[in-house]
Write a protein that binds this ligand. Structure first.
Ligand code: PFF
Length: 468
């Protein structure tokens, strides 16, 4: 590749940075996590609590990570090292391991999204590689059982991810997101319109939005808070150094506090749109809403199968948008993993080693993805940490433990010890930091509290401890 950069890279424009940061946030979490969790946890009540968490913790952590990246001009591991004089280097390491584990299973699921896009395309042309005539669940289970095909699609998904990341920050990640994010939003709006105008769509709307305050009764509010907190962490890509890395490519003249507001608003807006795309259709065809891969790859495919001639067209649009959402997130995961290695080489005076590290870690995650595909959702490998499959075991370590611990220690350090470091950076562009008082209060008290609570909630749900 002849456009290999020599020194440290940066974004071409603030719009490009925003698309990339929103692209990282918007992903499978928005599409299969939010709609179901919202419906199952009190609808409007869940949304309110989610918003409170976004404002008091999500926004605060986004600003913190972006400012940490820009202040140090370094990606995750060296950024923590530099900002804490070595004391928090291990937090940087935690934050770098988490995306490595997540990418291992994200690419497997992203690969399936490609398979479904291709299959629905096949149905549009009545080709024999479509899903027509096969029940959504059966199609999915056959695919999971077909290990060579599962591995093939995982590899295709990762190959695209590696290609985009290897091209660089502005000519790869930014260019891809500037195209993919608007395209994804348009596709989503098309599917929302179709879904909400189906007969019986109202059932889905009331599942989603009907305020059910009984979920807060007794210790119920803790369960809802825990579901909303875990969802928010994953959805906003927090505690994984992604925004540290993306912030380190920002120019000093960009306004962190404004960007920090736009990212969670856009992510939440897309999560709500995704809910409107999915649940009305699920209810219209009398299906049971569920969460996770089942909702995306079984229930929804059955919905498209029942839509008649238009089904494959909407199916194709829908799964294409899932692919774009997954790719813009996987690109950020790979970037977060490799950027510390690129920076380490740059510090040593070497040229930019982006392509080398993108390929090395791309191949290592491929090995993880192959392991996940081989396990076929828990059929072939022994149980790890009591989890139902290797995918959940990776997720437990990353989402359940490393991410919340990293985020918690980050809030403690910058809320109680190095208090002025990040606010100074946020003001470095000369702009007024209007929310400074709010930021300082939240990073000191509320964000550590909520983050610690998310840690407890994750451990409780992964190990089914029944604490609350
Ligand atoms: N935020 C993405 C989603 O909601 O699917 C997933 C994700 C991407 C999580 C990047 C974490 C991350 F660092």
């Amino acid at each position: 590749m002849n456009n290999q950069k020599k020194g440290r890279e940066s974004w071409g424009s603030n719009f490009g940075f925003l698309m990339a940061a929103i692209g990282s946030a918007v992903g499978l979490g928005n599409l299969w996590g939010f709609p179901y969790k919202c419906g199952a946890n009190g609808g409007f009540a869940f949304i309110l609590l989610y918003l409170v968490l976004v404002v008091f913790t999500g926004y605060i952590l986004i600003m913190t990570e972006l400012a940490l990246g820009r202040a140090t001009g370094q990606s995750i591991i060296p950024a923590y090292k530099k900002a804490s004089d070595g004391k928090l280097t291990f937090v940087g390491i935690f934050s770098a391991i988490a995306p490595f584990l997540i990418l291992g299973f994200y690419s497997y699921l992203g690969g399936y999204s490609i398979k479904y896009t291709v299959a629905n395309l096949g149905d549009i042309f009545n080709a024999n590689w479509g899903v027509k005539g096969v029940d959504g669940s059966e199609f999915f289970l056959n695919l999971v059982g077909n290990i060579p095909e599962s591995i093939l699609y995982t590899i295709i998904f990762l190959a695209i991810t590696i290609f985009v990341v290897a091209r660089g920050v502005d000519s790869g990640i930014e260019v891809f997101n500037k195209f993919a994010m608007p395209a994804l939003t348009i596709l989503l709006i098309i599917v929302v319109i179709r879904s909400c105008t189906l007969p019986g769509a109202g059932g889905g709307l009331s599942f989603l939005f009907k305020p059910d305050l009984t979920v807060f009764k007794g210790s119920g509010w803790i369960t809802v808070l825990s579901a909303a907190g875990g969802q928010m962490f994953f959805s906003l890509s927090l505690g994984m150094g992604i925004l540290v890395t993306y912030g380190s490519y920002m120019s000093k003249s960009e306004n962190i506090s404004v960007n920090g507001i736009v990212i969670p608003i856009a992510d939440t807006f897309i999560a709500l749109l995704a809910s409107l795309a999915i649940m009305p259709a699920v209810f219209s065809f009398g299906m049971e809403p569920g969460a996770g891969p089942g909702l995306l790859f079984m229930t929804l495919q059955s919905v498209f199968n029942s839509m008649g001639v238009a089904g494959p067209i909407f199916g194709f649009f829908f799964y294409l948008l899932v692919v774009l959402a997954a790719l813009t997130s996987s690109v950020s995961l790979l970037e977060a993993i490799i950027s510390s290695f690129i920076d380490r080489d740059l510090i040593k005076g070497k040229a930019n080693t982006r392509i080398k590290w993108a390929v090395i870690f791309g191949l290592l995650t491929m090995a993880e993805g192959i392991l996940v595909a081989y396990d076929a959702l828990g059929s072939n490998l022994p149980l790890v940490f009591g989890q139902p499959d290797i995918l959940d075991a990776f997720d437990l370590i990353a989402e359940g433990i490393l991410m919340p611990i990293a985020a918690f220690l980050t809030t403690i350090y910058f809320g109680w010890f190095k208090k002025d470091f990040l606010p100074a950076e946020i003001k470095a562009d000369g702009s007024a930091f209007k929310t400074e008082g709010f930021y300082r209060f939240c990073i000191k008290f509320l964000a550590p509290l909520f983050t610690f609570f998310v840690l407890l909630g994750q451990i409780n749900s992964f190990f089914q401890l029944g604490w609350f």
